[in-house]
Design a protein around this ligand. Structure first.
Ligand SMILES: Cc1cc2nc3c(=O)[nH]c(=O)nc-3n(C[C@H](O)[C@H](O)[C@H](O)COP(=O)(O)OP(=O)(O)OC[C@H]3O[C@@H](n4cnc5c(N)ncnc54)[C@H](O)[C@@H]3O)c2cc1C
Length: 490
């Protein structure tokens, strides 16, 4: 049996989904100029799986069907298996230099984490979750998620918002539930097969029950509308001018649910505020999805470090001691994240029969990388100077012989020719300063929640007893009646 290919994925996206862009319904996301290149990049991940040279690294056999499926669905039962799985995630991330934040392995990791902690669910929900996991794994589905309520009045809980804003339960019967309202920002919704919908924000028992939902639906479910943000791919004049925005713009979309029906076999939580939180935190789901994020971010930071070094080479500044110092600091910062990923694995532990990365190290990495990303971008800006700006307006300038000659005389570098210099700094700008890059700065700061959120997780999961135990141990060794050292010395 052969694994799912990129072509299979493209075909699966021609499903009649209600996607809207600039006032129009998009007929085919795989050919639309706002999305087609990003969609092709995502499909390319499945082609990697199908490459015979990579198949063992990237896939494993479904225990049910024997079909090779992505390792993102694997449930590791040892540290070695966890590391092997991470090597697959890393290889996938390298193909997009970490710029697809919600590549298929993110939400697959969340659902896999929920399955590893399936004992947290009641019998009905556990059965639905187990069946869904098998369905998603064996069809190698690309899932996205929408687990945050729309920003409106953050001073109020879900129940305090305007009517019909926040997705809520409006009806239920023997067949399933009916939901209405909005969810904020489903990244990659345009190119995913299905969406996991829930609420990870705190909900108040006794008030927020209608908002305590957890379910999965296909992107073409009747009543679901996908409202895309502005596409940076559509605004990219060429791959040469915007090499990242033109190919890696995964998109973010508001989801609007207009009396959407969800059958019970796709519902994991309905009306239980406590269970809504426990599905993430009493199971390995939250750790597992965010461990994937750190693996992806590690790859992206490596790419940015590579850009930093090349900037210095292209500008002829690599020999300056201060520039080497800056690059040394950059390399150390990236290595810190690599070390934390390795640490999560080395310090991991079992949840039942499954091996899970260390929870506190994961949250520590989230806290620190939310601060680090902007710093790394600042370092690249500092290394670059005006080089990322002192560029022709676009590839069209190369077509004019007179302008091309001037470009040849003005785009100078000790390391590369004029065309390569322009090409390189276009890439650097797309990673550091373009609108695409700016969205990435926002993404890395918020994808795991506003900064106070991971800090709260870090506070709650740290081994304070070991830390305060030492303090208490020292304090317990003396008192007012302890030895008077001065007197003793005399
Ligand atoms: C590019 C991008 C992609 C995203 N993709 C997804 C996705 O795929 N799926 C998904 O579900 N979500 C996604 N999100 C949403 C993301 O999870 C949220 O942005 C994040 O959880 C923070 O919520 P918020 O944006 O409403 O900010 P808020 O919670 O409103 O926080 C904004 C700021 O307000 C202040 N603040 C708010 N509340 C408090 C408080 N209680 N205490 C103290 N200060 C407070 C803080 O200064 C905080 O930084 C994405 C967001 C971005 C930017």
């Amino acid at each position: 049996m052969s694994p799912k290919t990129g072509r299979d994925h493209l075909e699966s996206l021609r499903d009649g989904r209600a996607l809207f862009y600039r006032g129009e319904r998009v007929a085919d996301v795989t050919t639309h100029p706002a999305f087609r290149q990003a969609v092709a990049t995502a499909a390319g991940l499945f082609d990697l799986n199908a490459d015979p040279a990579l198949r063992d690294l990237l896939t494993f056999s479904s225990p049910e069907t024997g079909r090779p499926v992505s390792r993102m669905w694997e449930l590791p039962e040892s540290r070695d298996a966890l590391v092997h799985r991470r090597e697959a995630l890393e290889r996938w991330a390298e193909s997009h230099c970490g710029f697809l934040g919600r590549s298929p392995d993110h939400v697959a990791s969340c659902i896999s984490g929920m399955v590893m902690g399936i004992e947290a669910f009641d019998d009905r929900a556990a059965g639905a979750l187990r069946d869904y996991y098998r369905h998603a794994r064996d069809n190698d589905l690309y899932l996205t998620y929408a687990i945050i309520n729309p920003q409106a009045d953050r001073g109020q809980g879900a129940a305090g918002q305007a009517e019909d804003l926040v997705l809520r339960l409006v009806d239920q019967d023997a067949a399933g539930i009916t939901v209405r309202g909005a969810k904020m920002l489903a990244t990659s919704a345009i190119m995913a097969n299905e969406v996991f919908v829930s609420c990870i924000q705190p909900l108040q028992a006794g008030a927020d029950e209608p908002f305590a939902l957890s379910f999965v639906i296909p992107m073409n479910q009747p009543g679901l509308k996908i409202l895309s943000r502005k596409s940076y791919e559509a605004e990219a004049p060429s791959t040469f001018d915007n090499p990242l925005a033109s190919r890696f713009d995964e998109n973010d979309a508001v989801l609007w649910f207009e009396d959407v029906r969800v059958p019970w076999d796709r519902v994991f939580v309905a009306g239980d505020t406590g269970m809504c939180a426990r599905q993430f935190h009493a199971t390995p789901a939250h750790v597992y999805q965010n461990y994937q994020s750190q693996v992806r971010l590690m790859v992206k930071l490596r790419f940015l470090a590579g850009l930093g070094r090349r900037i210095a080479e292209v500008n002829g500044t690599l020999g300056f001691p201060q520039v080497r110092e800056t690059l040394g600091q950059l390399a150390a910062e990236v290595a810190m994240v690599e070390g934390m990923v390795a640490g999560m694995e080395a310090k991991g532990s079992f949840h039942g029969r499954y091996f899970i990365p260390d929870r506190h190290l994961l949250y520590a990495a989230q806290v620190l990388t939310q601060q680090l990303y902007g710093k790394v971008i600042g370092t690249l800006r500092e290394l670059s100077g005006g080089g990322m700006i002192m560029l022709p307006s676009g590839i069209e300038d190369f077509a004019d012989p007179e302008l091309r000659a001037i470009i040849g005389r003005t785009q100078r570098s000790p390391a590369v020719g004029p065309e390569e210099r322009v090409k390189f700094f276009r890439l650097a700008w797309d990673a550091v300063g373009s609108e695409f890059a700016s969205r990435h700065a926002q993404y890395e700061l918020f994808y795991a929640g506003a900064p106070f959120v991971p800090k709260g997780h870090s506070f709650r999961s740290y081994d304070w007893a070991r830390a305060t135990g030492m303090v208490d141990g020292v304090l317990s060794g003396y008192g007012l009646d302890g030895p008077a050292l001065k007197a003793a010395a005399e």
